[in-house]
Design a protein around this ligand. Sequence first.
Ligand code: IPM
Ligand code: MN
Length: 357
Amino acid sequence: MEKKYNIGVIGGDGIGPEIIKEGVKVLKSVSEVLNFKLEFIEYDFGGERYLKTGETLPDSAIEEFKKLDAIYLGAVGHPDVPPGILEKGILLKIRFELDQYINLRPVKLYPGVWTPLKDKKPEDIDYVVVRENTEGLYCGIGGNFKKGTSDEIATQLSINTRKGIERCIKYAFKLAKERNKKKSLTVVDKANVLTFEGDLWRRTAIEISKEFPDIKLDFAFVDATCMWMVKNPEWFDVIVTNNMFGDIITDLGAITQGGLGIAAGGNINPEGVSMFEPIHGSAPKYAGKNVACPLATILAGGMMLETLGEKKGFEIIERAIIKAISEGYIKSLEAGKMGITTTEAGDLIAKFVQEIK
Ligand code: IPM
Ligand code: MN
């Protein structure tokens, strides 16, 4: 019997709906070629809905999401909504409630893509950041005291559980083993200052490393890591780090692989429902202009297929993207500079998918 996957689609805000439309187009094309069925269920959560109804994401939606095979997200963030409301109310709520404890962010330079790193080639920039996705500074635990006075205090707690760290590090070790490349795992932290959490991460990693004797484990401070990601990206294979550091270093990683136009990520619950998205935001200034680069979203769709067990689907999408870039069909990954429109870029990749198979 033909396999069928139910995919929840949240276009969201800004350029979100435009790029997700192209992603869906490409996924449909892949499903025709590989003979599986995709059912897309659209949701209108985002800034517009919040401004109209005051609702971000009701609990009933989370219950519906739990029955899906995966979620495909454009971007959230609206200029008329104060920062934090949509991010916490939609994006982080989904990550937390669906326990998507891994944020998987490959940093891979494709042939023909311009990188700001001088003399670095595709073989030098190919690693994956495994970002812890449900703890750390993102828990929202903290508060303020004497708000609005000159004695005001604000606290924001970093939560690190043994269980949370362990499952994340295990995932990273397994990934290093599956990738079968440099067979190395780098734990990125700030153990020289954040001594309590750093110590827990390091002890946990050393303990788990005994289950993975063929993977080389090392440790690096996050500030130095930023430098090496620019100077010697070829040193990395798999990086594992906490939520906050992972957020920051993956924007840096993204620019080294050609920019946010191509950087994709997955919020993964290996035992549950995962969500895939470009790592860029809603870019309101480009919204509605048909100029945004949809490649990151399309690639995120590929990662979704891979996680669903359709590895070939990912490979076809990746090859179609490489063809479009390296043969000059898409001139730049920056919004407005691609040389073609968002829609045309989606059409092109969907067509290449049919040709490549
Ligand atoms: C990301 C984003 C989010 C994050 C924001 C929008 C909450 O920057 O996915 O990297 O910080 O995780
Ligand atoms: Mn980010």
